[in-house]
Design a protein around this ligand. Structure first.
Ligand SMILES: Cc1ncc(COP(=O)(O)O)c(C=O)c1O
Length: 371
């Protein structure tokens, strides 16, 4: 039995009628740019994220880049972030004119370590970009006071964590609810995926929301009048229609991912070689990825591949060691927790439609490799 890392065809089959009628409605109206579905999705995502505003844009990368642009960074301005994330997190900082400052992660959750953030603050620091990696939130209760104390923006990269929750000061808070801005990706592999690229920014801040709405539309609040130079970064109406059709299923899909994760963790726990991912007890994890740590990782990967079992290494090279950031001067060994993770992690299939038999095949193959 082969098991893909992700089976979008299975998902499509389960919602085909709903998606096709939503898409056809847009096509019938020929309303492709900023059509009604964009606003409807923005309202729905704002409700989900418990924010006053949600602003669609062209990708999760742009969702990061636009709020960073809104900071009007000057050369030498620093933005503290994690090196253990998808490249876009740091690429957006660079492209917005900032200097990424990488700090190490927490070994248990793979998320940015607040103490390391605090230690990295300098007079040039303007913002923190915390990533809610793999589906669980970073320690917002520790990051918020650091941001407040130093007057920094706190950007939540929630590309992998739409709707994830964390208990902060005794109550559940949603990814994107507490930071200056939260950023979402609708890349097809995300828990809520479009049929192409798409993204969204969520915020409680009225003035920032207005600025972001301008920045995504060439910097003008009125067509052909430009207050500043912005971008063409809209969410297509067709994608918004697909996402609106999918959104009612998101909670069930994320719950199914969490159930699969629990089953893996039960099967792997106590194993001398396989280290299952740890969910911070304060978090409700939505498992965009189920990522284990193992010895002889590359051999395991080859073993799984030979058996037709999809898997992937998120991420094989820590961002502080990427060639494009060599000028920043980070040495190998400077962020050891992140670097160790890049050598040990492998992500297994955890998509909602995964069957019990498929999952058993994955479990047997992983355990079998270390038998
Ligand atoms: C953590 C993280 N940040 C940013 C992005 C960028 O999103 P997109 O691919 O939609 O541009 C992604 C995903 O691809 C991501 O996983």
């Amino acid at each position: 039995m082969t098991v893909p890392l992700l089976d979008l065809v299975a998902q499509y089959r389960s919602i085909k009628d709903e998606v096709l009628s939503a898409v056809m409605a847009v096509i019938e109206r020929q309303s492709f740019i900023m059509g009604a579905e964009v606003g409807q999705l923005e309202d729905a995502v704002a409700r989900l994220s418990r924010t006053k505003h949600a602003i669609g844009c062209a990708s999760g990368t742009d969702a990061l880049m636009l709020p960073l642009k809104a900071l009007d960074l000057q050369p030498g301005d620093e933005v503290i972030t994690t090196p253990f994330t998808f490249f876009a997190t740091a690429g957006a900082i660079h492209n917005a004119g900032g200097t990424p400052v990488f700090v190490d992660i927490d070994a248990a959750t793979f998320n940015i370590a607040p103490a390391a953030v605090e230690a990295a603050v300098t007079p040039r620091t303007r913002a923190i970009v915390a990533v809610h990696l793999f589906g669980q939130m970073a320690a917002m209760e520790d990051l918020l006071p650091i941001a407040q104390q130093h007057g920094l923006a706190l950007i939540e990269d929630a590309a992998q964590s739409i709707g994830a929750r964390r208990r902060v000061d005794g109550s559940w808070r949603v990814a994107g609810e507490l930071g200056t801005v939260g950023t979402l990706s609708f890349f097809p592999s995300k828990n809520l995926g479009a049929y192409g690229d798409g993204g969204m920014m969520v915020t409680q801040d009225d003035a920032l929301a207005e600025r972001l709405r301008r920045l995504r539309l060439h910097g003008g609040s009125k067509q052909y009048f430009h207050d500043e130079v912005g971008f063409n970064s809209r969410l297509d109406t067709l994608h918004a229609a697909v996402l609106l059709a999918k959104l009612p299923h998101l909670a069930d899909w994320s719950a199914a991912r969490a159930r699969h994760a629990a089953r893996y963790t039960e099967a792997f726990s106590g194993h001398p070689a396989i280290c299952p991912p740890r969910t911070d007890p304060a978090n409700e994890h939505i498992f965009n990825q189920y990522t284990i740590r193992v010895p002889r990782r590359d051999e395991l990967q080859a073993h799984l591949k030979a058996r037709g079992i999809g898997n992937s290494i998120y991420y094989p090279l820590s961002l502080h060691l990427q060639p494009c950031f060599a000028h920043l001067g980070y040495a190998k060994g400077s962020l050891p927790v992140s670097e160790a993770a890049t050598e040990q992690v492998v992500s297994l299939p955890v998509y909602p439609e995964l069957t019990e038999a498929q999952q058993q095949t994955v479990i047997d193959a992983v355990r079998g490799f270390y038998a």
